[in-house]
Design a binder for this molecule. Structure first.
Ligand code: ARG
Length: 280
């Protein structure tokens, strides 16, 4: 049974809680193949600008008092910078990732190995395709899970059994929003922001039922990759161009922090994609 919706905390009560993140420097970042509509190998990428933008994101986390761990980037894996896809970690348990596309497949074992070396003992090797926190968003009472482009819906059941938490499956229908973290931002345990146009009619209805007080993002916010955000409960780091969404966040008592990740956006990724949360 689905628990009742929690009351939305008053804006004044919003509190940041310290987080621990895993990130991967974009040392080998490039757009050499196209596995989502944002990617065009003909578009030049400024590698040194990508590095500076990534460092600004890492520094923003550190300035807010969060911890950042890093994994060594591997040559030949240009999308490895998108650490969110590397696994899903809840309560110290690690569901390893298994990638849909051949181009990224080797990232699964690479991230898995990081967890093994860093003292995580409960690691589940996936039976079905799941692209980590790209499609699994921990939301306190449950995990929101996307399917339609990347993760296999069977992986939702696999995650539910492994974590012992309800997993709410949501169907993505717009290829520009191919991962759940491009269409939903979890702001805290009671609130999300999302772009309804990314979801099937049935999944939109589920989101309305679970989150009657959600921030509903516009098509412009979504196109600016605004939902690809990371919240610590108070501060919300999001792509700088999502100005409408930033204004909505301010009205609701959050502190939006705009980040420029223009180079990584050329691969269809931004703030959240670069960030894997390590939950103990
Ligand atoms: N180029 C990558 C891909 O298409 C981008 C991944 C973005 N990551 C994310 N968590 N949405 O797989």
């Amino acid at each position: 049974m689905i628990p009742e919706t929690l009351p939305v905390p008053a804006a004044a009560q919003r509190v940041a809680t310290p987080r621990r993140f895993l990130m991967c420097r974009p040392d080998h970042f490039a757009v050499t193949y196209a596995i989502n509509p944002w990617m065009d190998p003909a578009t030049p990428v400024d590698a040194s600008l990508a590095a500076r933008q990534w460092e600004a994101l890492r520094d923003a986390y550190l300035d807010l008092g969060h911890q950042v761990e890093t994994i060594k980037p591997i040559e030949g894996l240009p999308d490895m910078v998108f650490a969110a896809n590397g696994a899903t970690v809840v309560g110290g348990k690690v569901l390893a990732a298994s990638f849909r596309n051949e181009e990224r497949r080797a990232e699964g074992p690479a991230y898995r190995e990081w967890f093994r070396k860093n003292g995580y003992s409960e690691i589940h090797d996936p039976e079905f395709v799941n692209e980590g926190e790209g499609d699994f968003l921990y939301a306190g009472r449950w995990i929101l899970a996307g399917h339609g482009f990347r993760s296999d819906p069977n992986a939702h059941l696999e995650a539910q059994e492994f974590f012992g938490m309800p997993v709410i499956g949501l169907r993505l229908v717009d290829p520009r929003y191919y991962h759940l973290d491009t269409a939903i931002a979890v702001l805290d345990e009671a609130t999300i922001a999302y772009y309804p146009g990314a979801f099937s009619a049935g999944s939109q209805e589920v989101l309305r039922q679970l989150y009657p007080d959600a921030i509903v993002a516009t098509a412009e916010d979504a196109a600016a990759f605004g939902l690809n955000a990371v919240s610590d409960g108070l501060n919300v780091l999001l792509p700088r161009d999502a100005t409408g969404l930033a204004a909505r966040l301010t009205e609701r008592g959050y502190r939006p922090v705009g980040m420029d990740l223009s180079e990584l956006l050329k691969a269809g990724g931004s703030v959240k994609c670069c960030t894997l949360e390590l939950r103990n």
